[in-house]
Design a binder for this molecule. Structure first.
Ligand SMILES: [Zn+2]
Ligand SMILES: [Zn+2]
Length: 276
């Protein structure tokens, strides 16, 4: 068993490390584009030492994840169902929904005074960048991946769970994670109020969590925050401003919800914005 683990580990480390590194590198490249710079949600510099701290955490996460994934595969690989499109889509949907709930609950718990130490590394970023998507403590990684593994293992007992479905979810998770930490608003202003915007998050949604801490605990859907009263009132306004090229300049800045959304092409009002 130990031999099997050691045989599998280098492959998992190489593949999962390469996917993570590639995702961050691509995200970084995109965030340097002029179109991205214009649409920054927070128009502020990163904190001194932030990138160094995040890079160190990311390297630890890459190694820690590989150990956890290898251990889990030793258990799970024989339990996967043979590939079929139907089972793969079902696996993906199951993972997506269950992980949203797991993430919201554990994330909210980690924002309590007693458990914040587990999550503090992720909040080294008050202003995020693609590397923030890998900046976690090992303990937090253990909680997050542990939940994911639990849902895969549990589902395998009552429905066909395919390896392709799990892989598809992991790739989607990494991609959206990099996007969500890009501090760049790509989605059009009308998105937030649309049905899609009620189902899915935007980079602004998560940028607000990093700037303000208490609220927007959800991962890729804003629904749980809406239902549980932890959504920020001015999310649509902040989103619209970021998309219009007029992102926030102060961390504590709030926009009064009744304030008119900026009209495209017009300079958004600066007077009277925010609270101290
Ligand atoms: Zn984050
Ligand atoms: Zn948090």
């Amino acid at each position: 068993m130990v031999q099997g683990f050691l045989r599998l580990l280098p492959l998992v480390l190489a593949v999962s490390g390469a996917i993570k590194a590639l995702g961050v590198a691509l995200g970084w490249k995109v965030s340097q584009l002029q179109a991205a710079q214009r649409r920054r949600v927070y128009r502020r510099a990163l904190a001194p030492g932030q990138l160094r701290s995040e890079a160190r955490a990311a390297l630890t996460v890459i190694v820690g994840d590989a150990l956890l994934i290898t251990a889990f595969r030793m258990y799970q690989d024989a339990r996967f169902a043979p590939f079929s499109w139907q089972a793969t889509l079902l696996t993906f949907a199951w993972m997506f929904v269950m992980f949203e709930v797991w993430f919201y609950v554990t994330h909210r718990l980690m924002h309590t005074r007693a458990l914040y130490w587990v999550h503090a590394q992720h909040h080294v970023a008050q202003v995020t960048n693609p590397l923030t998507s890998l900046s976690f403590s090992l303990m937090e990684r253990f909680v997050l991946l542990g939940g994911g593994f639990l849902f895969v293992a549990a589902a395998s007992t009552f429905m066909p769970v395919t390896q392709a479905g799990v892989l598809l979810y992991i790739l989607t998770n990494y991609t959206l994670n990099v996007l969500g930490h890009g501090n760049t608003e790509w989605l059009p202003e009308r998105f937030v109020a649309s049905w899609a915007g009620r189902l899915f998050f935007t980079p602004t949604f998560h940028a607000l969590h990093h700037a303000r801490y208490q609220g927007h605990y959800g991962l890729f859907t804003p629904m749980l925050d809406r239902w549980l009263g932890t959504a920020f009132d001015d999310y649509p306004q902040v989103h619209a401003r970021a998309r219009a090229g007029n992102g926030l300049e102060r961390m504590g800045e709030r926009i009064r919800p009744e304030e008119a959304l900026p009209t495209p092409g017009a300079a958004a009002p600066v007077q009277g914005l925010g609270t101290p």
